[in-house]
Design a protein around this ligand. Structure first.
Ligand SMILES: Cc1cc2nc3c(=O)[nH]c(=O)nc-3n(C[C@H](O)[C@H](O)[C@H](O)COP(=O)(O)OP(=O)(O)OC[C@H]3O[C@@H](n4cnc5c(N)ncnc54)[C@H](O)[C@@H]3O)c2cc1C
Length: 344
């Protein structure tokens, strides 16, 4: 191992791995550092949308694909159909990690169980080693140490909690109920061997932790889902985007706040940002058009979120009534197609 690299990437999640895969096309020296022993597994519902094909991930990597999703607003449920064409699915984070890892050649030095504890302007400290860099990429998730070094605030985030349960659900389900989840939602995402059942809410305060758990439990009881002995997992998902290029330092994925604040979808956005930043480092003239595209989608999602949050703030029951009206519209093919186009 050297004590200097052209590029150091901190974090081997989907965004860091995608970045390394693209960077290895250059003749730069690349170091990828991951604090966990194993690359891949992460608290995540593993939901994916058809957009994932854009980053050369075949849909076959998914565990299950669905051409319909059940959407409910409190007690009313309808299926959103897509002419038998799969448009959403689930994937296992461990398998995604391994799939991306297999694309890396020995041009990339990968160190697992290697936590970066300090960032300086041209070197990092990990373990008791000092390693110099020309470019540094923070792909280190929602609690990014690189983001902290850059002094960027992290004011927008989703708090998400979930159980992995040995159930047999056949459909992906989304539940909107402002009295339980405010402007967030509950989900049921079936995988091959388990089902992720969880919920996420935007920008909630620590004091509301108990309230979130109580709402989640109430929903689980309504759905007759038993969670006895299952471990409740939780994490935040940052969506506070404040730029990605800071001189010789870059932020990608959750570290950069690229995730959708409305849906919490972050795997695809993380991968695109990772690939684009690699292209920018290889060719500083590169315009990062695909980052502009994902930011456009993100903006649209977050404008929708602002509207929903406004309604929820005025009156949660009124918000539910409006959600129900919208749900009724989704029975029409024209509107369900629009929904899938903008959020699928
Ligand atoms: C409960 C939950 C459900 C979710 N469901 C979905 C979903 O259905 N679909 C979807 O698209 N997204 C979902 N997300 C969001 C998704 O998990 C993230 O957007 C995605 O993982 C971001 O990828 P990333 O590579 O940017 O960060 P991460 O996947 O968080 O990877 C960051 C990596 O950096 C490593 N790291 C951190 N700090 C250091 C350090 N100091 N030194 C070395 N290594 C470090 C970490 O160990 C980690 O491996 C969900 C998130 C949660 C919490």
């Amino acid at each position: 191992m050297r004590d200097q690299y052209d590029v150091i990437i901190i974090g081997a999640g989907p965004s860091g791995l995608s970045c390394a895969i693209e960077l290895q096309k250059s003749d730069m020296t690349i170091l990828l550092l991951e604090k966990n022993k194993e690359i891949g597994p992460k608290i995540c519902a593993g939901g994916l949308t058809a957009k994932i094909k854009n980053v050369e991930i075949p849909l076959e990597i998914s565990e299950i694909l669905f051409s319909s999703v059940l959407v409910s607003v409190s007690d009313k449920t309808i299926p959103i159909l897509n002419n038998n064409i799969p448009f959403v699915g689930t994937l296992d984070r461990g398998k995604l990690g391994q799939y991306l890892l297999n694309k890396l050649s020995n041009k990339v030095t990968i160190l697992r169980d290697f936590e970066v504890s300090q960032i300086e302007n041209d070197f990092i400290i990990a373990g008791n080693r000092k390693i110099k860099y020309k470019y540094l990429i923070g792909a280190d998730g929602s609690n990014s140490i690189v983001r902290k070094f850059l002094g960027l605030k992290n004011n927008k985030f989703i708090t998400a909690i979930q159980y992995s349960l040995p159930l047999n659900n056949q459909y992906m389900e989304l539940c909107f109920d402002a009295t339980l989840f405010g402007s967030g939602y509950g989900w049921i995402f079936p995988h091959k061997d388990y089902v992720s059942v969880g919920c996420g809410v935007q920008n909630f305060k620590c004091s509301e932790k108990l309230e979130l758990k109580n709402s989640f439990n109430k929903w689980l009881i309504d759905k007759k889902i038993e969670v006895e002995n299952a471990e409740l997992q939780g994490s935040i998902i940052s969506f506070d985007y404040r730029g990605f290029n800071f001189g010789n330092k870059f932020l990608v994925g959750d570290a950069g706040g690229f995730t959708s604040g409305l849906t919490g979808e972050g795997i695809y956005f993380g991968m695109v940002s990772g690939i684009e930043v690699a292209r920018k480092i290889i060719n500083p003239e590169y315009k990062c058009g695909e980052i502009s595209e994902i930011l456009k989608i993100k903006r649209f999602h977050e404008n929708t979120l602002a509207l929903i949050s406004f309604l929820v703030k005025i009156n949660k029951h009124l918000a539910n009534s409006i959600f129900k009206l919208l749900l009724n519209l989704m029975k029409r093919e024209y509107f369900s197609k629009k929904l899938i186009k903008h959020f699928g």
